[in-house]
Design a protein around this ligand. Structure first.
Ligand code: PLP
Ligand code: ZN
Length: 392
């Protein structure tokens, strides 16, 4: 099998630890054609993961994937579109990152690495730390200096080595790959080709749920580095190449206004994504100031699809709407519903839409606090035991 550049089509043998093309753009594993078996998502779609054995799943999986798709008719009605939610909060470390971490860890082990790492402050750091512990690998997490304290312990608890680096996020990303190569550390970063491979399972599960005739108009994807959107897209491309579906749905990449380099480039019709100096948003999980797969996202969206930005207020409002329906997601995830709401205001009607709810609300307690404090009635009441009956 080959790794192929998403931009210039240069190819590399897949037994080399190539993570980016010499032209600077991301590489991906060549398109795989397969058929479908029985079992869980890794088994059913095993043909699309020829590098993954049953042994790998037994040794490294924490039960990622197989997440529910939830339809909430009242929200669909309110927003004049049929909306389905892919609930990725139900993964082992409460975000979709686990799907790609599993394939990334297998990749690292197969290449003979005993040390892995990642560059992240949030969900990916927690995920790689958990899977690193599961696999018995030495795990290094590189973060920026301004990491909030609430994010530190979910990383350290798995025994990872946590290093604060005084640099921009994009710089740490590039350096990690360079140093990793010399030091024998496989950095499973945001758009590592095998991390992206794992994300394909989301696309397979969606197609499966709709019996391979999804007739979906849009898949709405909260987008930071671009890895997630690339993975779901690759799943649909492979299903089409295997003649299992007829149409590839269009994608909507959603970013937060306070950090939307992909949206800016898309709106200006550019081929290359620039970088943002001071990202400022409550949706930290999608605030990637220089998205390493940004140009590839532009290449994908140009063939059909769009990119939109939503404000922090719109995000919090959407998070509130979802919470009122029983879904507690983090701000980055609520951005998907915020985008649908915004598009509806621009006249979008009667579309079938999938919103990817990427991660759990428990990850960002401060956002929940903001929402609750805005709602008058949500307070703790106190009473003596004698007075309890009266206030009830
Ligand atoms: C990582 C992440 C994203 C964005 O994924 P990318 O692959 O970086 O585009 C979106 N939402 C949440 C909750 C995440 O953790
Ligand atoms: Zn290239």
């Amino acid at each position: 099998m080959k790794l192929i550049c998403t931009a210039c089509s240069e190819s590399y043998p897949s037994d080399l630890a190539v993570q980016r093309c010499s032209c600077g753009e991301p590489v991906e594993l060549e398109l795989i054609r397969a058929s479908i078996e029985h079992g869980n998502v890794w088994e059913r779609f095993g043909g699309f993961f020829p590098y993954l054995s049953k042994e790998h799943i037994r040794n490294f999986s924490l039960g990622e994937g197989n997440t529910p798709i939830v339809e909430i008719p009242s929200l669909s009605q309110q927003l004049d579109n049929q909306i389905f939610f892919k609930n990725e909060t139900q993964n082992p470390t409460w975000s979709f990152k686990d799907r790609g971490t599993l394939t990334g860890v297998v990749r690292a082990v197969k290449l003979g690495f005993s040390r892995i790492g990642t560059v992240s402050t949030g969900n990916m750091a927690a995920s790689v730390s958990a899977y690193g512990a599961r696999a018995g690998l030495e795990t290094t997490v590189l973060v920026r200096q301004d990491i909030p304290e609430e994010k530190i312990y979910p990383i350290l608890i798995h025994g990872s080595r946590l290093i604060e680096v005084d640099a921009h996020f994009g710089e740490i990303y590039r350096k990690s790959l360079e140093i990793g190569e010399r030091k024998g550390i496989y950095f499973i970063n945001s758009d590592d080709p095998f991390r992206v491979e794992g994300y394909k399972t989301i696309g397979f599960e969606i197609a499966d749920y709709f019996s391979f005739n999804p007739e979906i108009d849009y898949i709405v994807v909260p987008t930071g580095s671009g890895g997630l959107l690339r993975g779901i897209m690759k799943a649909f491309r492979e299903l089409k190449a295997s003649e299992l579906i007829r149409e590839i749905p269009e994608f909507i990449a959603v970013q937060a206004e306070g950090c939307s380099p992909i949206v800016s480039a898309f709106e200006k019709g550019l081929d290359e994504v620039g970088s943002i100096d001071n990202p400022e948003t409550i949706a930290g999980a999608i605030a990637d100031p220089s998205p390493p797969s940004g140009n590839e996202i532009l290449r994908i969206l140009k063939k059909g699809g769009r990119a939109i930005a939503v404000s922090d207020n719109e995000i919090l409002e959407a998070q509130d709407m979802l919470a009122r329906e029983g879904l507690f997601v983090q701000p980055a995830s609520a951005a998907s519903l915020a985008a649908v709401k915004k598009l509806r205001e621009d006249g979008m009607r009667d579309k079938r839409i999938i919103c990817i709810l990427t991660g759990s609300g428990l990850k960002v307690p401060s956002a929940a606090e903001k929402i609750v404090k805005k709602r008058e009635k949500l307070k703790i009441q106190k009473t003596s035991i004698d007075n309890l009956e009266k206030i009830l």
